[in-house]
Design a protein around this ligand. Structure first.
Ligand code: FRU
Length: 701
């Protein structure tokens, strides 16, 4: 309904607060003067509007439409959402005429960013006098038009969707006449309020030994670099909301890869440029000239994402990463492609130049470039398509040399190269995940040892994506360490608030000789062990597992603490062993948990040689239809010996089997009180069982 209702202030203010999620933090938006809501799109139809085409339907949408990322930030029951039947539909809506009787017109807008094809405009006498678009985000934000010079004139609002490709849709809501522009409470105020709240980094599902942003949305790790005693962690970040959008680089630093200090946003979205994934290096020789010989710069290489174009750009810092300047000559590598992203750069000593691996994402081809100064790049070679199919794309590559260990984990003194790359869908456990190739790199070209190699999976769980490794770890340390985004694009809208997503535990990498050839090994970094408290002594002395599905309690935790758990078993050829992690139940009888309510079950079966992680009964699983599931890895034992190391946090399980040869990472959302660990099985003998509580990285410094 297009009506002129003088909205009573308190309800409108309250609505805005509720929608933007501020009530929980006790923050009210400042609304000082009369707002006249011209259109709320909360009615059952578009009364008062002329509607053409098939993009808008007969009535306002009530939120997210099928196939769309989560729509956020609209007010009340409905909004205009032209994603009806996807981006391909088009149309136009024209309002009734109205008289401008305020200084500003404000409206919520989201979706595509194209002032010629996907926009909302204010029209007087048939002429556009103001226009607004979304920011390629499903999160609506306030747009304000200063209409003082048009006061007293008659105008109309026109909403246009004439685009059929990516981001070919618009979201519009709450068209308002107001004497003051409407602004959402600032991010800084929100963060300040959160920092002083009792819940600060203590929510029930807030990981306690994994990195998370304080508030809002995070995806891929970016710009991992070690410099002057600090590990830098940048990450894909939406400074304005809890869903993907406005991509910028968040920033944190740590002395030990465990305890993180949250720093201000390092690289902001600007104009129509979003800051997509990339890397950072210490430019020791000041080849870029951004620093000096005495103070070599940190240089970030990132993807500038603009509508229809992705190109590689630079930013630099000469104050230990605290402030960043975007290079005036950006972009430094633009080949006119729409899907060309996620550069990873390293110094290749033998050829004495920088090498970049970057992805032609939709073509599923990786390109290698060389440069002397980080500014001008020359194409060296290409790799792919290769590996798993079908997959929609390839993103976030990394390339590095690793030491090879023998089958028993002893150094051989030899090395090989690993090329890792991630697919946005179609991975081993469903949805997004990573694969890797083993071969050699001569500074020019990556040659796979086995050109016909199938996909080698990085992680058999669902929640380990876009891992990248730290640059510039000192040679006397010598480790190659990476961290991954503990989430999956298919099920990424996890039920947490006011933040979304976590990083994995940092993992040290190597290659191991196996019967099948060289395979990647990942182990939690040794720094994690420093978080261990005294070993848990309440273990029951179960040694031989012979009771099948009957459980023995290993750890009873009245309140949650993260755990580091090591289990070694000898498993007979027909034996099996399982662990119920984050298990819930009412009471303890004879060392067992009664009224079993839920658990995340890890199970190894010797007859099928399968290790599986089952989160169908792990607590909150209904928020997405693809979330509940069992994720399985093939696993052959040596001499019947099963080795497991498990890192359990408030909403994650990471399983490192056979000393890191097979890894499974899953997010889980247990009910309050589901903190226990139980063990069961048959035909298995426990050789080692150790459990340590881990101190919180946020609280127990
Ligand atoms: C992978 C990815 C990258 C891109 C970034 C955008 O998760 O799609 O390819 O740079 O996310 O946030």
């Amino acid at each position: 309904m297009f009506v002129r209702i003088l909205s009573a202030l308190p309800p409108f203010a309250a609505l805005r607060c509720a929608v933007l999620g501020f009530i929980a933090l006790g923050l009210a938006a400042t609304v000082c003067c009369a707002n006249e809501v011209l259109e709320s799109f909360d009615g059952v139809n578009y009364a008062g509007w002329q509607v053409r085409g098939d993009a808008f339907g007969d009535s306002p949408a009530t939120g997210t439409l099928p196939g769309q990322q989560e729509v956020q930030g609209f007010v009340g029951a409905g909004l205009v959402n032209s994603f009806l039947n996807g981006d391909r539909t088009t149309g136009e809506m024209l309002s009734e005429p109205f008289v401008i009787d305020a200084d500003h017109a404000a409206l919520l807008v989201g979706g595509g960013r194209d002032t010629e094809r996907v926009f909302v405009e204010l029209v007087i006498d048939g002429e556009r006098v103001a226009v607004a678009t979304g920011a390629e985000s499903e999160q609506l934000a306030w747009a304000n038009w200063d209409v003082r010079e048009h006061r007293g004139r008659t105008a109309r609002i026109r909403i246009v969707d004439n685009a059929t490709g990516g981001w070919g849709h618009l979201l519009v809501d709450a068209i308002t006449l107001t004497d003051e522009p409407i602004r959402a409470p600032g991010r800084d105020a929100l963060l300040a309020a959160y920092r002083t709240s009792a819940e600060y980094l203590r929510e029930p599902w807030r990981p306690q030994v994994h990195f998370t942003p304080e508030i809002h949305w995070m995806n891929d790790p970016n710009g991992l670099v070690y410099h002057r005693g600090e590990y830098h962690l940048f990450y894909q970040y939406n400074p304005f909301g809890i869903a993907w959008g406005h991509m910028s680089w968040g920033h944190a630093v740590s002395p030990d890869l465990m305890h993180w200090e949250h720093l201000p946003v390092a690289l902001w979205e600007e104009g129509d440029e979003m800051i997509f994934s990339g890397c950072a290096v210490v430019d020791r020789g000041n080849t870029s000239g951004f620093g000096t010989a005495d103070n070599p710069p940190l240089v970030a290489v990132y993807t500038s994402h603009r509508p229809g174009n992705q190109a590689q750009s630079l930013a630099y810092s000469t104050d230990d990463g605290r402030t960043w300047t975007k290079h005036a000559g950006n972009p430094v590598l633009d080949i006119g492609e729409a899907d060309f992203r996620d550069p990873k750069v390293f110094w290749h000593e033998p050829t004495e130049r920088w090498v970049m691996v970057v992805s032609l994402a939709v073509a599923k081809r990786l390109q290698f470039y060389g440069s002397d100064d980080l500014k001008s790049w020359k194409l060296l070679s290409e790799f792919g398509p290769a590996g798993a199919e079908p997959k929609p794309n390839w993103e976030c590559p990394d390339l590095f040399e690793l030491p090879i260990e023998d089958a028993r984990g002893r150094p051989t003194g030899r090395t090989a190269w690993v090329l890792e790359v991630d697919m946005g869908g179609g991975s081993v456990a469903g949805g997004s995940g990573g694969e890797y190739f083993v071969g050699d790199f001569d500074g020019q070209r990556f040659a796979c040892h086995d050109p016909s190699q199938p996909a080698y999976w990085v992680d058999y769980g669902r929640d380990f994506y876009a891992p990248v490794s730290w640059s510039d770890i000192p040679a006397d340390d010598g480790r190659r360490i990476w961290i991954g985004w503990m989430n999956n694009w298919e099920t990424h809208l996890l039920p947490t608030d006011p933040w979304r997503s976590a990083m994995s535990v940092p993992r040290t990498l190597s290659l191991r000789e196996t019967a099948d050839g060289l395979r990647l090994v990942q182990r939690p970094v040794r720094e994690l062990e420093a978080l261990r408290g005294p070993e848990v002594r309440q273990l029951e002395t179960v040694r031989v597992l012979d009771k099948g599905e009957e459980a023995s309690l290993v750890v009873q935790q009245p309140s949650f603490s993260p755990l580091d758990l090591v289990l070694e078993c000898e498993v007979q050829d027909d034996g099996f062993v399982w662990l119920d992690l984050l298990a819930g139940g009412d009471e303890l009888t004879d060392g067992e948990l009664a009224n079993d309510t839920e658990a995340t079950r890890l199970r190894y079966d010797a007859s099928t040689e399968r290790l599986s992680l089952d989160r169908t009964r792990s607590g909150e699983v209904d928020f997405h239809e693809k979330f509940a599931g069992v994720h399985t890895a093939p696993l052959t034992l040596d001499e019947r010996r099963l080795q497991l190391r498990i890192i359990l946090d408030a909403s994650s399980v990471e399983v490192f089997a056979q000393d890191g040869r097979v890894v499974l990472t899953d997010r889980v959302f247990p009910s309050p009180g589901s903190h226990h660990v139980r063990i069961g099985g048959a035909g298995a003998e426990i050789k080692k069982l150790q459990v340590w509580p881990l101190r919180s990285i946020w609280r127990d410094n």
